[in-house]
Design a protein around this ligand. Structure first.
Ligand code: ZN
Ligand code: ZN
Length: 319
């Protein structure tokens, strides 16, 4: 892990320098999307997990909405589409992730809470504006397909003008191939296998976690959930477990909701101790009543003795 981090820093510096040069040369966004990938990126690890947004519904300007990107052999797979998902992909490019917004053509949604889906219109439309020609392939719980259809309807005037008003947009890239899925293997290509599993997110009838198997590595996303056995089973010694958590307590009525819908840091420690990931990454972090990352780590480490990392926006993990 240390060695890959050091390598990433080196790559970042090189890419940053190349990025500055290409930004100066190309004033418009279309040029930027077509810029050649920096050479250093060809040596990137075959599997990367990029934390595009690690925030909560709170509009904290330092964290974007929940969104992750698994990059396998240069192909991006998005997990959740929180606020800022596409812009953060562009931000990730600047720190060495060789993915352009126009390449975003597949996404997996854990559940339909707004913080996980506010960026869905962005994910449908912006990559198309940046010349994506493939429809967005979209997977999620029941209601995902309806949400995609509703968004396309909401943006019909924009789509009409871009297609017929002289902008010359292509006729395919705004479309969505949406699937309401059930637990099990829900997607497979020559790079990844994606398995969905049910989690328990309060009163939501359906909320999902996802396990990615790629290049001999396994990455599990809990989605939003209270402590759930299915996460332990899905991980079962996985390389990376990405799990939500909050830390702290209060007498506020809101804590009743938190306990029913989410996982405390102490509970996450217990889950991780049984799931045994090689690396536990905490994201979508909730800090109650002035608690800190140190409090979060301390509570997790009461039960889990393995490696733990608290994710920040644009962090990259290479399993
Ligand atoms: Zn939620
Ligand atoms: Zn959430």
């Amino acid at each position: 892990m240390q060695r890959s981090l050091a390598f990433l820093v080196l790559v970042c510096v090189q890419v940053l320098l190349l990025g500055i040069a290409s930004d100066a040369a190309g004033a418009n966004a279309a040029d930027a999307s077509n810029a050649p990938a920096a050479q250093a990126e060809n040596h990137a690890a075959p599997v990367q997990v990029v934390f595009l947004g690690t925030g909560t519904p709170a509009p904290d300007p330092d964290t974007q909405g929940p969104a992750n990107m698994v990059v396998v052999d240069g192909k991006p797979y998005i997990v959740d589409a929180g606020t800022g998902v596409v812009r953060q992909t562009q931000a990730a490019y600047r720190v060495g992730i060789s993915i352009r917004p126009a390449q975003l053509d597949i996404a997996f949604i854990t559940h339909l809470h707004s913080d996980h889906t506010l960026g869905l219109a962005d994910l449908i439309l912006t990559p198309w504006v940046m010349h994506r020609t493939m429809p967005l392939e979209l997977y999620g719980p029941e209601g995902t397909k309806a949400m995609a259809e509703d968004l396309l309807r909401a943006y019909r005037q924009d789509i009409h003008i871009r297609l017929t008003g002289g902008e010359g947009a292509n006729a395919t890239g705004y479309k969505v191939d949406a699937h309401d899925i059930q637990p099990g293997v829900i997607y497979q290509d020559d790079k990844v296998k994606v398995t969905a599993f049910k989690v328990k997110h309060g009163t939501w009838p359906e909320a999902l976690g996802y396990r990615f198997d790629a290049d001999g590595k396994s990455i599990v996303f809990s989605g939003d959930t209270r402590p759930t056995e299915s996460v332990v089973q899905a991980c079962h010694g996985c390389d990376v477990l990405v799990h939500e958590a909050y830390v702290g307590d209060s007498k506020d009525a809101w804590m009743v909701y938190m306990r029913k819908f989410h996982t405390s840091a102490s509970e996450l420690g217990e889950i991780a101790a049984r799931a045994k990931p090689k690396l536990l990454v905490v994201t979508h972090e909730g800090y109650v009543d002035g608690t800190s990352e140190a409090d979060m780590l301390a509570d997790i480490r009461k039960s889990f003795k393995g490696e733990v990392k608290i994710a920040h926006d644009l962090d990259v993990v290479t399993p």
